[in-house]
Write a protein that binds this ligand. Sequence first.
Ligand code: GLN
Length: 477
Amino acid sequence: MSFALSIAAEVRSGERTAVDVLDEHLGRIDTSEDEVHAFNLVTRDLARHQAEGIDAAVADGRDPGPLAGVPIALKDNMCTRGVPTTCSSRILSDWRPPYDATVVERLAAAGAVLVGKTNLDEFAMGSSTENSAFGPTRNPHDLSRVPGGSSGGSAAAVAARFVPVALGSDTGGSIRQPAAMCGVVGVKPTYGAVSRFGLVAFASSLDQIGPLANSVADAAATLEVISGHDKFDSTSIERAPLDLTSQLGLGIDGLKIGVVKELNAAADTDVQVRVDAALELLASAGADVVEVSVPAVTYGLTAYYLIAPAEASSNLARFDGVRYGLRIDGDDVHEMMVNTRTAGFGDEVKARIMLGTYALSAGYYDAFYGKAQKLRTLVRRDFDAAYENVDVLISATAPSVAFEFGDKSDPLAMYKCDVCTIPSNLGGDPAMSVPFGSGAHGLPVGVQVLAPPGGEQVMFRMAAAIERLGAQEGLIR
Ligand code: GLN
C-alpha cells in the first residue's frame, strides 16, 4: 500500500527516511513502468536530492512539512524549472521552463518529493491518453485497456502504486474520468481554488489542477497544500487554503443528496448498478436521497466543444516556432510557422485548433461561440436551482468502465466519455470521483460527488462517507 499521510507521519517522526520511501517507489517503477508507461520522465536525481533535503531537515529538528517525503508525480503540462515539460507534444520537445508552477512550489515547500512527469493526451485533449505523441499509457488493472484521460499517466501512476499522489488537470473531466477508470480518487476543485500559474493553458476558463490519490484523506491533504490565493493567477480566489481534513469524519446524517437524473441516464447499466448501490448505502447511513433534474447538463458537450476549442485555438497560437520548443525552418517566417505547427501538433490538436478558430471567426462568432456561452449560463442557472434543495449532487463519473485501445476511434464516441464531468467545468463547480467497486470485466467504477462553487468541505465529507461505506462492503482495497 502507498498512502501519503502514513508516509508523511513516518518520515516526520524519523521512523523512516524519505530516501528509503523514494527507493521503495522507484523500485516499483523499475519493475512495472515498462508495461504501464505512466511517465514521460522519471526525475530520479532531483527526487533523491529533495529526499535527502527532507531527511536533513528531520535530523536537524526543522519542520519538514505536512507531505514530508511523499513521492509525487505531476502531469506533464505543469511547469518545472529546468525540467522538460512536454504536454506530450512534439512541439514542446526539449522545452525546459524557466520557472516552477505555483503548485510545484507549494508541494516542494510541503516536503513532497517530485518523482516524475506523467503522460497525457497531447495538450490534455482526449479521454484515453491515446493522443500522446509519446505512446499511450496502459491501465494497471488491465494492460489491454486505456487508463482514461487526459491525466491517464497520473491516474495510472497512483493506481500502480508508483506514487501515492499525483496532480492532474481537469478541463472537462481529465482528473475525474481517469481516476474512475483506474480506481483512484480524483478531485477537480472550484474554478480559482488552485492556482493555474505554470499550468500550460488548454481552455483557461475551464482548466483546474487537482489531486489524484489512493484515499480521500490523501487527496484532502494534498488539496489543502496546493489551494489558496496566488497573486500570479488573476482568476485565483482570494481565500485561505481549504480546510478539508477536519470534515472527513463528520458523517452525513441529515445531508441531502440529489441524484442527477440526466447524468445517470448517460451511464451504462453496469455502472448505474454501482452508483445505485452507493446511494442505497448512503441513504441507510442517514442521508436524504432525492432524484433531481438539471436539464441544461444535456447541453454540456455541445457548449464545451465550442468553448474549449475556441480558447485552445487562442492559447495554442503561442507555439509558433519562435518562443518555445520545436522549430522547423522554412524560406520565410510564415513557412517556418506552418512547417513547425504541421510537424509539431498531432491530429486531435489540429482538429481542435481549426474548430475553435472557425467558431471564433467573424460572422460565426455569435452563432457558435456566443450561443455556447448562453448554454453555459443555463448550466450555471440549473445547478443553482438544484442546490437550493440539496447539499451535493451525485452521478456516475464515467459512463463506462475502461475500454480497449482503439475502441473509440470515432471522435464523438470519445467526447461522450466526459458527458458526466463536463457540466462541473462549465459551472466552475468542484466535483470528485470516488472508487466504488467494479463493473464489467472486474474493472473499477467511480461515483461522482458534485458540489456548489466553494463547496469542497461538504463534497469531501460525502466522499469520505462513500469511501467508508465502500470499505465496509469490501469494495475498496
Ligand atoms: N476529454 C475532454 C477533452 O478532450 C476533457 C479533457 C480535459 O479535461 N483536459 O477535451
